[in-house]
Design a binder for this molecule. Structure first.
Ligand code: FE2
Ligand code: FE2
Length: 164
């Protein structure tokens, strides 16, 4: 809880908390999508793919923690149940029904690209109005940009490998 923290925010705090909760929903869904993908994925470079998916899953978990900390600091309540994730999410959830490496990586890549767009909007919203949230979101956005690059590199490596 942070009384002054809430006071210095130059935009509607309830609206900001709602947007941070949407991002929190995205992070939990992304965590699970990566984690379950790592359990079921099959195909070329499986162990490299599993390692990458698990690394990303843990980073999404850390993002969820940071978002929850900021929501609490702003005297908001982080989403209390998984049912609320589906209502709040920007980017949704794609179950890895096709467990081949290509489709699994592609699904996660689409999730990252949605997250990048959503975080860019939060970066713009908070640039002049909320330094603390802004700084946190910029850092998360940088991680999502790395995630996109990692997935695109893996997809490229697999494609090159299959072509040889
Ligand atoms: Fe994330
Ligand atoms: Fe990510």
């Amino acid at each position: 809880m942070g009384t002054k923290a809430r006071e210095i925010v130059g935009i509607d705090v309830e609206d900001l908390v709602e947007k941070l909760n949407a991002a929190l929903a995205d992070e939990w869904l992304a965590f699970y999508q990566y984690w379950i993908g790592a359990q079921v994925v099959k195909g070329p470079m499986r162990s490299a793919v599993v390692a990458e998916l698990m690394e990303h899953a843990l980073e999404e978990y850390e993002h969820a923690q940071q978002l929850a900390d900021r929501i609490t600091q702003l005297e908001g309540v982080p989403l209390l149940s998984p049912e609320m994730w589906y209502e709040a999410t920007n980017c949704g959830y794609a179950p890895p029904e096709d467990e081949r490496v290509g489709p699994v990586l592609q699904q996660n890549l689409e999730g990252e690209q949605c997250a990048i767009k959503a975080y860019q909007e939060l970066v713009d919203l908070t640039r002049e109005t909320d330094a603390a949230t802004h700084k946190m979101i910029v850092k998360i956005l940088q991680d999502e940009l790395h995630h996109e690059e990692d997935l695109e590199d893996l997809l490229e490596d697999i494609e090159v490998g299959l072509g040889s």
